[in-house]
Design a protein around this ligand. Structure first.
Ligand SMILES: [Zn+2]
Length: 398
């Protein structure tokens, strides 16, 4: 995906929001039909049948007819893909699209190639039913057959072309690096480099707390509450942008400098999933503590450090060169003599081997172990079948 920032005029924004609403309604209707379907009604309607129903609905409802047919059909196509991915076991069940959260639509085919360069820094795209919308050409515009328009929670518009850039070529010198992902130091390399990913600054955290406290006092549905929510969303958007930027830079740097990149095989989706409530056998209706609060704190740590983003981008930029290593005991094992005991770990930051006296930064020592580690097999042996009509996807090594 290559993303550009889009700058629609206020009138265009209204028109774009309408399109987003149409895409969302169509998706939610398709989801409702799919989840309410029972066996006695016959086979579940799939994409062609739903398209036929859409044509009928457009004949009846003026507000639907006012929108772009492509936008609405692509919402159905996206839903169809979501259902297929769900049955293939690669994705979770499709969920409801919500206003303010899921704002976007897709344009494909002949309508997706109407793009003009206006000046050195500006270009414009002809969005159906909206008109020419300007966007900043922060990089070369790729040749793509489709694009997506989205609005993030901070109210910024983005234009994303579905094009996969060439993967970064290995240097060929046979260099191997281990990356240990931690909370105190975001990423430690086996070369001894310690990288830390920028999260919220102290001042931003202070402001966030202040805004949240003020939000709690606002009346639901009031304009003040809406403004407060927007201010919080902007803070988060800025932190997320910094995190993304960090993950992009570090992943490109690693993919260029090293031939094999070894990372811990942490099951982040498992770690971040909400723990199940544990019923108390003594008292019916009551629950035992399940470390939910502790996990919530950890979630923030994980997300703030952008581990997932970094590894995902690494696998996309250096396909086949990222190896996942079982992380057990990497933090307690001496990278020089291999002695493994919890006493080796003096503190969060200091590692000192009780057998040979080797001393190092704890995360750097773990990274060296990971660099030497045995890779675990890919979790999925058979490749997922992908429809040729789907947007191009990254080839990953996992
Ligand atoms: Zn040792």
């Amino acid at each position: 995906m290559s993303r550009f920032r889009m700058y629609p005029t206020p009138a265009q924004q209204d028109a774009l929001i309408d399109q987003c609403r149409h895409a969302r309604s169509v998706w939610n209707l398709a989801l409702e039909q799919w989840s309410m379907w029972t066996r006695d009604k016959g086979p579940t309607p799939r994409f062609p049948e739903q398209c036929r129903q859409l044509t009928e609905a457009r004949a009846v409802f003026g507000w639907l007819r006012a929108g772009s047919n492509t936008v609405q059909q692509q919402a159905l196509r996206d839903f169809d893909q979501a259902v297929k991915s769900f049955y293939a076991g690669t994705h979770r069940r499709p969920t409801w699209r919500k206003a303010g959260l899921h704002e976007g639509f897709r344009i494909v085919g002949a309508q997706a190639i109407r793009i003009e360069q206006v000046s050195r820094k500006w270009a414009q795209v002809l969005v159906p039913k909206v008109g020419w919308v300007r966007f900043r050409t922060s990089r070369a515009i790729p040749a793509a057959k489709s694009y997506r328009v989205t609005r993030d929670r901070a109210g910024r518009w983005h234009l994303a072309f579905a094009a996969i850039p060439e993967p970064i070529r290995a240097s060929g010198a046979g260099r191997i690096v281990g990356v240990d992902r931690g909370v105190a130091v975001s990423a430690a390399l086996s070369t001894g480099e310690l990288l830390s990913c920028p999260g919220f600054s102290d001042r931003e955290l202070e402001r966030l707390k202040h805004l949240q406290r003020r939000l709690a006092r606002c009346r639901p549905g009031s304009n003040r509450r809406l403004r407060g929510k927007m201010a919080i969303a902007k803070l988060y958007a800025r932190a997320r942008d910094r995190l993304k930027d960090w993950a992009e830079k570090v992943s490109t740097d690693l993919a260029r400098r090293f031939d094999v990149i070894r990372v811990e095989d942490l099951h982040i989706p498992h770690m971040t999933r909400r723990p199940k409530p544990k019923p108390d056998p003594e008292r019916p209706g009551a629950y035992l503590p399940n470390r939910r609060r502790a996990k919530a704190r950890l979630n923030r740590g994980i997300l703030a450090n952008g581990w997932g983003a970094l590894v995902r981008r690494l696998e996309q930029k250096a396909p086949g060169r990222v190896e996942k290593v079982r992380p057990a005991y990497t933090s307690q094992t001496c990278s020089v003599c291999g002695h493994c005991t919890p006493e080796n770990r003096k503190s969060q930051a200091v590692f000192r081997c009780v057998a040979c006296g080797h001393q190092a930064h704890a995360d750097a020592n773990a990274a060296t172990n990971i660099a030497a580690g045995r890779a675990v097999g890919a979790r999925r042996e058979t490749p997922v079948r992908v429809s040729p009509k789907r947007e191009p996807q990254h080839a990953t090594s996992a």
